[in-house]
Design a protein around this ligand. Structure first.
Ligand code: NAD
Length: 273
């Protein structure tokens, strides 16, 4: 598994498994148990996914040394609004049964607090309860404001990103500031015809790979971390195997040209949760 190096020197496996919408504790537990047995060492959860307890238990029961696993969780918006950031990470750690997470992200840039929350995130970082801190769904203008007060530059910005929403401007901005871009919904969240796009299936055929693998490879090759979600063994294996081939510069360009600014999730400047 390839690692990327974040701005404080921490290493993050370039492919993780996401667990959004795996609400059932048993399915969440089984998915993580399976993913770890297949070689995944990076898991993306969040307080709001409601499965931190199952994820933590599966990690513990795997017998794999804690330091070999990279675990992300996120600060939910209500806790950001109330300013109860240390309390929120403590509660997440309690549910996870751990004394630290590898990455703690501000889940969304809540209009009133997306800057002030960062000082509290820095306290979490200094406490050692998160080895790395970052943000999610931040646009360049949010980051501009945050960086005015930041002592610690966010290490990661997790954003919705796939070939139909290539996010080139945000990615370029983040790279310029030493912030690693990470793609959520990297496969189009199963909501679009992305994986039957003829450009992608055509390129997939040339490499003897699937369209899903091509889509993940495209992001990895442009230095974007990916966290595809699946509960199925064959797909978990398929997604992990997006590393053993290289897209040509022309193929990279063809994929980037598919961009249609198609957002499936909420817009970071206009969300109501
Ligand atoms: P995704 O793009 O990973 O798509 C997941 C869906 O794609 C699956 O449910 C399945 O239907 C399909 N799929 C998975 N592997 C496949 C394969 N190999 N071939 C064909 N289809 C396949 O979407 P996602 O779950 O929305 O995003 C991934 C992760 O990102 C989440 O689980 C979560 O951890 C994170 N996330 C973060 C935010 C945020 O605001 N920060 C928002 C949404 C998701």
């Amino acid at each position: 598994m390839e690692n990327f190096t974040l701005n404080n020197g921490a290493k993050i496996p370039s492919i993780g498994v996401g667990v959004w919408r795996i609400d059932d504790a048993e399915i969440a537990y089984n998915t993580i148990e399976l993913a770890l047995s297949l070689g995944y060492r990076h898991i993306d959860t969040a307080m709001i996914y409601g499965n931190e307890e199952a994820v933590g238990k599966a990690i513990k029961d795997s017998g794999i040394a804690r330091e070999e696993i990279f675990l992300t969780t996120k600060l939910w918006n209500d806790d950001q609004r109330s300013g109860r950031v240390m309390e929120a990470i403590d509660a997440s750690l309690e549910r996870l049964g751990m004394d630290y997470v590898d990455l703690y992200l501000v889940h969304w840039p809540v209009k009133e607090t997306y800057v002030s929350v960062w000082k509290k995130m820095e306290e979490v970082y200094k406490s050692g309860k998160a080895k790395v801190i970052g943000v999610s769904n931040y646009q360049p203008h949010h980051l501009d404001d945050l960086l005015q007060v930041a002592e610690v530059v966010p290490a990661v910005n997790q954003i919705e990103c796939n070939p139909y929403l290539s996010q080139e401007a945000v990615i370029e901005y983040c790279k310029g500031k030493g912030i690693y871009p990470e793609a959520w919904g990297p496969l189009g969240a199963g909501k679009t015809d992305l994986l039957i796009d003829p450009v992608l299936t055509g390129i997939a055929k040339v490499h003897g790979k699937s369209a899903a693998q091509v889509v993940l490879r495209w992001n990895l090759q442009r230095g974007v971390i990916v966290i595809p979600k699946s509960v199925h063994e064959a797909r978990l294996i398929e997604n992990l195997n997006a590393i053993d081939f290289t897209l040509t510069a022309d193929q990279m360009k063809q994929i980037s040209n598919l961009d249609k600014n198609l957002r499936l999730g909420s817009h970071p400047d206009n969300f109501d949760f």
